[in-house]
Design a binder for this molecule. Structure first.
Ligand code: C2G
Length: 129
């Protein structure tokens, strides 16, 4: 059983999120998503439109996702990697290099971001129209 983990806010779910989950899932048999809680989002300086409960509900409905756990802190990744016997951490390339310190615990893979779409862009576009 090859276990992959990724983390994120996944607010206003869009193609970029789905493509990341799809490609991450292809690296293993099980994909775990560490979903940022509303409180952790505040810590990240983000305010998500959709609540944690609703973001979790939507992620759990995605065929590429096997388990959704709360992401409450930056530090929990090592604990998660050990607890779930993670074989690889997969993140989008906007995080390139940020998690290289975790190479001592698991494989770290950065995948190219999907161009042309972001939650921020969606919000800006909607505010303009
Ligand atoms: N992503 C992507 N392409 C986009 C937008 C996002 O590949 N156009 C990827 C990001 O690189 C990330 C994942 O989708 O790997 C989730 O993106 P966010 O919800 O924006 O997550 P973020 O706020 O970056 O939180 O501890 C890590 C953080 O929780 C990551």
């Amino acid at each position: 059983m090859t276990t992959i983990i990724t983390y994120g806010t996944f607010d206003l779910l869009h193609k970029g999120h789905i493509r990341l989950l799809q490609r991450a899932a292809a690296y293993g048999d099980r994909l775990i998503v560490g979903l940022s809680t509303d409180e952790f989002n505040a810590n990240k300086g983000k305010h998500s439109y959709t609540s944690f409960a609703d973001r979790k509900f939507m992620l759990e409905a995605i065929k590429y996702v096997d388990l959704v756990i709360p992401e409450k802190s930056w530090e929990q990744k090592v604990t998660d990697i050990k607890k779930y016997h993670v074989d690889a951490l997969v993140m989008g390339s906007d995080w390139s290099g940020q998690f290289d310190d975790l190479e001592q615990y698991t494989k770290v893979i950065y995948l190219p971001r999907t161009d042309g779409v972001s939650t921020t862009q969606i919000k800006d576009d909607l505010n303009r129209n």
